[in-house]
Design a protein. Structure first.
Length: 367
């Protein structure tokens, strides 16, 4: 089984499940999230950040960021949040991501809770509701589960800053949720509500082929056609960590006007380039995937899948130069600005990617 983003995210990028690593995972011990340098900002990070920030527009809107309290995540607490603040709120987002992207540039964000199977979903959504009320340029998506009461979901929409849903496959009522179809973890009433409100659904695809999976493609087409005013944001470039999965799927979906993509945690430019070429620069939005942005490492396409690498999973020759892994947030930003450079995107296109596209999609006024 590949070392997935979910394992990287929840377990702090433990070494590839050898005997010791597997035992640590099974025991839910704190492990090595702090040891890897997550939630820190090194001299190497600072140097790369300075280089990248010179290529960024003056304003950024983060379309993909998680806010949460560790006390709501269940026990044992997942390692990445466990190594960070007990309360990861808007201030923590601005403090930590500001070092990556430039605090003065962070104009706003679309926030949602951190999905955990044994966490308190209601408490996470309540905390989100509190946080989006703290800044004018914040909007929120509630985590939705297949067994959630629709009336409970509708109550959150009394706050106009709650504009949609964040489903996640771990809530599907099956043992192997990575194989779940969209319909197993997104109740259809969520699509109905999003359609009625012209709202947002941010979706992390699963199944081995991700966006190239025929069942995923059928579901996306059927639901986006049935609910054309529901706006679907395919997170991580359609889970394009293995870029070919996204690249070969795009032509089959390009006629769907309500499908968008975010850049979150994608550390290579290939999938991003294909999205811009086929869908246009107005359909791709920058997202940080905070706090995954504070994880040290990178995701790379390998063979017919992908792998997350981190400080303890890098092999170098004895005489090779020292390798100093940087933060996922920086690697992902580097991929986005490289894509913009390789495609020779205009200043306007870059401003759209990092700011304007989000405001248009969320129907927000410029600050």
């Amino acid at each position: 089984m590949p070392f997935t983003r979910r394992a990287f995210f929840r377990k702090g990028a433990l070494s590839a499940l050898g005997t010791t690593g597997a035992a640590t995972l099974a025991a839910g011990q704190p492990g090595d999230a702090a040891e890897d340098g997550n939630w820190t900002f090194s001299d190497v990070d600072a140097s790369l950040a300075a280089e990248i920030q010179q290529q960024l527009p003056d304003r950024l809107f983060d379309i993909h960021a998680h806010l949460y309290r560790n006390s709501d995540l269940g026990l044992p607490c997942p390692e990445l949040p466990g190594a960070g603040p007990d309360r990861t709120d808007v201030d923590a987002w601005r403090l930590h991501l500001g070092k990556v992207a430039g605090a003065q540039r962070l104009a706003g964000g679309l926030f949602f809770p951190y999905p955990v199977k044994n966490g308190d979903v209601d408490a996470g959504n309540d905390f989100l509701l509190e946080q989006v009320g703290r800044t004018e340029m914040a909007r929120g998506l509630i985590v939705v589960t297949p067994d959630m009461d629709r009336a409970k979901a509708e109550s959150y929409f009394q706050n106009p800053r709650i504009i949609g849903f964040k489903p996640y496959h771990i809530y599907a009522p099956r043992e192997q949720t990575f194989d779940a179809a969209l319909e197993e973890y997104i109740p259809e009433w969520a699509w109905e509500m999003a359609h009625a409100r012209e709202g947002i659904i941010v979706l992390h695809l699963v199944r081995q082929a991700a966006l190239s999976d025929p069942e995923n493609q059928r579901s996306i087409r059927n639901l986006c056609t049935k609910y054309p005013k529901a706006n679907l944001v395919l997170a991580h470039a359609g889970r394009g960590f293995h870029a070919p999965n996204t690249i070969r799927a795009l032509p089959a979906l390009k006629d769907l006007a309500n499908v968008y993509f975010d850049t979150s945690a994608v550390c290579e430019p290939d999938a991003l380039m294909a999205i811009v070429k086929i869908f246009g620069p107005q359909r791709l939005l920058w997202g940080s995937d905070f706090p995954v942005s504070q994880q040290r490492g990178k995701c790379v396409t390998v063979g017919d899948a992908f792998s997350w690498i981190c400080p303890r999973r890098i092999d170098v020759y004895p005489d090779a130069p020292v390798c100093n892994p940087t933060l996922v947030g920086l690697e992902s930003l580097r991929a986005a600005v490289l894509m913009a450079s390789l495609l020779d995107l205009s200043k306007q296109d870059r401003e759209d990617l990092f700011y304007n596209n989000a405001l248009r999609l969320l129907r927000m006024q410029d600050a």
